[in-house]
Design a protein around this ligand. Structure first.
Ligand SMILES: C[S@@+](CC[C@H](N)C(=O)[O-])C[C@H]1O[C@@H](n2cnc3c(N)ncnc32)[C@H](O)[C@@H]1O
Length: 246
């Protein structure tokens, strides 16, 4: 399908609104390092890589080679091309990669976009080397109260309730022989202040905000602006889960 100006604008807005500054991801770097010893020569498949923020982080943090797989032409166009990152048009359910080519898989905020999780799990079983982990960074139903968007826009919890649960995700991956290894909540600094976080919001780029009514969204922005005024020095810290399967 041809990329439209709207697709390109969406991808630019996504990058502006949703990419977390690298300094804000320190705890994520540590959480990944605690699960797998990635180093130069290791390979990671980044499934649903978006604009490539985590593909770049894995290359910079660990010297890993990254296969960034992303179905949207406009998102893919923004993934940095470097010696360490190769960019592929594809979906989780049919990965355009050879068998046994990767030491880990990264699924960042993508599980709820995948139509057939069991097919994705089978594909990951095929492309991962034996014992390689699947690292899932996502919001899960019943576990998202510390997500800043849920805190300021409580209706967002209703949207997350429609995502696969931890148990459903584990069950889908179990069909391809993966078992649950770990589940941690991990913090990130989404912006240096709540005001900055509010300024960067682009509702359309965020499934959790897109599904709100206009009134819910407007009330949430007021709540956020008022908290930002009360605590101008407070960084915007949010939490998501890291689910590890192997
Ligand atoms: C919320 S974005 C996350 C992007 C990136 N992983 C991140 O953390 O910034 C979800 C991405 O998944 C992609 N996507 C949607 N369906 C997919 C599928 N079936 N397989 C792989 N990626 C998919 C979308 O195009 C989008 O770029």
């Amino acid at each position: 399908m041809e990329t439209t100006a709207a697709d390109r604008q969406f991808a630019e807005d996504y990058r502006h609104a949703r990419e977390i500054p690298r300094d804000g991801l320190t705890a994520w770097r540590a959480a990944v390092a605690a699960e797998i010893d990635l180093r130069p020569g290791s390979t990671v498949v980044d499934v649903g890589a978006g604009t490539g923020a985590f593909a770049s982080a894995f290359a910079d943090w660990f010297g890993a080679r990254v296969f960034a797989v992303e179905p949207s032409d406009a998102m893919r166009a923004l993934i940095p091309r470097t010696d360490d990152i190769s960019v592929h048009d594809g979906r989780a359910e049919a990965l355009p990669l050879p068998d046994d080519c990767a030491d880990a898989a990264w699924l960042g905020s993508v599980v709820h976009h995948i139509g057939d999780l069991e097919a994705a799990a089978a594909e990951l079983r095929r492309v991962l080397r034996p014992g390689a982990p699947v690292l899932v960074r996502n919001s899960f139903p019943g576990r998202c109260a510390r997500d800043l968007r849920v805190r300021f826009f409580p209706g967002a919890e209703r949207i997350v309730d429609g995502y696969p649960t931890v148990e459903e995700t584990c069950a889908a991956f179990a069909t391809a022989g993966f078992s649950r290894v770990a589940l941690h909540a991990v913090p990130q600094e989404s912006a240096p202040s709540l005001a900055d976080f509010a300024d960067r919001i682009r509702r359309d780029t965020d499934a959790k905000l897109r599904g709100l009514t206009d009134a819910e969204f407007e009330r949430g922005m007021l709540r956020l602006r008022s908290a930002a005024a009360e605590e101008p020095g407070r960084p915007a810290v949010s939490w998501m889960d890291l689910l590890v399967l192997s």
